[in-house]
Write a protein that binds this ligand. Structure first.
Ligand SMILES: NC(=O)c1ccc[n+]([C@@H]2O[C@H](COP(=O)([O-])OP(=O)(O)OC[C@H]3O[C@@H](n4cnc5c(N)ncnc54)[C@H](OP(=O)(O)O)[C@@H]3O)[C@@H](O)[C@H]2O)c1
Length: 259
């Protein structure tokens, strides 16, 4: 049994839907106080209502994670209202699909700012609060796309997610001074409400390429995040965990057709 995270102050960027909402639910079920962060208010309020109606504690702070002033203000508000910050889940991200030949330079910049620069901004804003508590945890949501695999239309996305891994390794060394760890989740194909429109055929095709024969759930990612947040994971830093049902393992289509 792991040490409880009850009462910890947890920020989940992109917590209004998808994986972030799942991470928020998992942490809230363990008694943590969740701050849901997103630009839009509607989804975030519904995520808070869901958690609060189940007896958890969640509040919403609006923020654009690609903007320093917005991130700094958000982190400072959370620290003031929740008595500090214990865990930062830097999860918000975008994944517009555009082939290199069609991509405009500002589309590249927007993905980099939302997915990669945001990791730096979230960590930077939290450092004074981790220093004060002499403890902290940062959990980045990266992806298998970029650090491990590629997919047409996601050159900017893959670069941003691989860039997070480069950031992670140096950040781990710098954050050690504040008794703070930073680790990354690398999800494979995770079922989120945003994928609903793609239809059952899409899910069947995706599942066929995964040894465990199913897409991941947002709770699969939330549980991995929870492990990195525990006291028992205190000696793990600068590491990445792939959560993909074995998706990256087959060396060829034949390898998966054999099973
Ligand atoms: N779903 C997958 O299969 C999968 C696989 C691997 C990795 N991931 C990663 O997991 C993370 C979450 O993905 P998801 O599928 O859950 O995405 P999603 O359902 O589209 O949710 C994205 C979340 O990020 C927020 N967000 C986007 N831009 C933001 C900004 N500039 N400032 C603040 N919040 C922002 C969104 O809220 P607003 O739009 O209201 O701001 C929303 O809450 C991403 O980093 C993604 O790259 C996902």
């Amino acid at each position: 049994m792991f040490t409880s995270i009850k009462g910890k102050s947890v920020i989940v960027t992109g917590g209004s839907k998808g994986i972030g909402r799942g991470i928020a639910r998992v942490f809230a079920a363990q008694g943590a106080h969740i701050t849901i962060v997103s630009r839009g208010e509607e989804g975030a309020k519904s995520a808070c209502d869901e958690i609060n109606s189940l007896g958890g504690k969640a509040t919403f702070v609006k923020c654009d994670v690609s903007d320093w002033d917005s991130v700094k203000a958000m982190v400072d508000i959370v620290a003031e209202t929740q008595g500090g910050i214990d865990i930062m889940c830097a999860n918000a991200g975008i994944f517009p699909q555009k082939k290199i030949i069609d991509m405009e330079p500002d589309e590249w910049d927007q993905v980099m700012a939302t997915n990669l620069k945001s990791a730096f901004l979230c960590v930077k804003a939290c450092i004074p609060h981790f220093e004060r508590k002499r403890r902290g945890r940062v959990i980045l949501t990266s992806s298998i796309t970029g650090p491990v695999t590629g997919f047409p239309g996601w050159s900017h996305y893959g670069a941003s997610k691989a860039g997070q891994m480069g950031f992670l390794r140096t950040a781990a060394i710098e954050l050690a001074k504040y008794n703070t760890t930073i680790n990354a989740l690398l999800p494979g194909n995770i079922y989120t409400e945003g994928l609903n429109d793609l239809g059952p055929e899409y899910f069947d095709v995706m599942a066929a390429a995964i040894p465990l024969r199913r897409l991941g759930t947002v709770e699969d990612i939330g549980n991995a995040a929870l492990f990195f947040a525990t006291d028992e994971a205190a000696y793990i830093t600068g590491q990445q965990m792939v959560i993909d049902g074995g998706q990256i393992l087959p060396e060829s289509i034949e390898a998966i057709e054999e099973i």
